[in-house]
Design a protein around this ligand. Structure first.
Ligand SMILES: C[S@@+](CC[C@H](N)C(=O)[O-])C[C@H]1O[C@@H](n2cnc3c(N)ncnc32)[C@H](O)[C@@H]1O
Length: 206
């Protein structure tokens, strides 16, 4: 990602202190398409490309690293992506405040930090009762899109999601094959070139 001067204020600043969900149609300037969330967008490869390919979708991307969040927000605006909103902050605390139950069409979690040390594992997104909570945010037949390069994270993640009540149309604990229709994340692009394995799951709310 090219170096651009960081903006002085957090990305999505107007939303970060809200205690209840905003009117997302208003936030997106009148757009009404399916509402999707990405947790941990990093350098934004997925968010920017997904929004470019799917102008009908509204994507809210969370990223707690200031540099990434502000650069992705800047690039989204530069490319005229009216359907992308980047929010700088901790998705674990903000997502519960900003989205009503049944309001999301898709949740995206790609290449989450593996948190190798046991003491840090509580920081993982697919830890504790958070997967169960995320299920409540999805509309009926809403989807959870999960990708990782770490087999153990993939296996634990898919297990946690299925235990939380997500349905795996391919059968229990079965990973999803690569789908060229999916926009690749920044990290995924590397693996598509090198051929290193990626573990993907595409689960649905029953
Ligand atoms: C390994 S990177 C992957 C980035 C991107 N999804 C990709 O595939 O290229 C994980 C990203 O998640 C972000 N992250 C981790 N936990 C987060 C949280 N609770 N809230 C917001 N961002 C988080 C990290 O800062 C990091 O940018």
């Amino acid at each position: 990602m090219s170096r651009i001067p960081l903006r002085p204020t957090p990305a999505g600043d107007e939303l970060t202190r809200l205690e209840k969900p905003p009117d997302w149609v208003e936030v997106f300037g009148g757009l009404t398409g399916p509402l999707e969330v990405e947790i941990g967008c990093g350098a934004g490869g997925f968010a920017l490309e997904h929004c470019r390919r799917n102008p009908n979708v509204r994507l809210v991307a969370f990223e707690w690293r200031k540099k990434y969040a502000r650069e992705v927000a800047h690039r989204g605006e530069k490319h005229g992506l009216k359907n992308l909103k980047v929010i700088e902050g901790d998705a674990r605390t903000m997502v519960p405040k900003l989205f009503a139950p049944g309001s999301l069409a898709i949740l995206h979690l790609q290449f989450p930090d593996p948190w190798w040390k046991r003491v840090h594992q509580k920081r993982a997104i697919l830890h504790g009762d958070f997967p169960q909570f995320l299920l409540t945010l999805l509309e009926e037949a809403g989807r959870f899109d999960f990708r990782t390069d770490v087999q153990d994270v993939g296996e634990r993640g898919i297990k946690a999601l299925e235990a939380a009540g997500f349905h795996n149309p391919l059968g229990p604990l079965v990973f999803h094959p690569y789908d060229p229709e999916d926009a690749p994340s920044t990290r995924e692009r590397r693996y598509l070139v090198s051929g290193a394995p990626v573990y993907r799951a595409r689960l649905v709310k029953p």
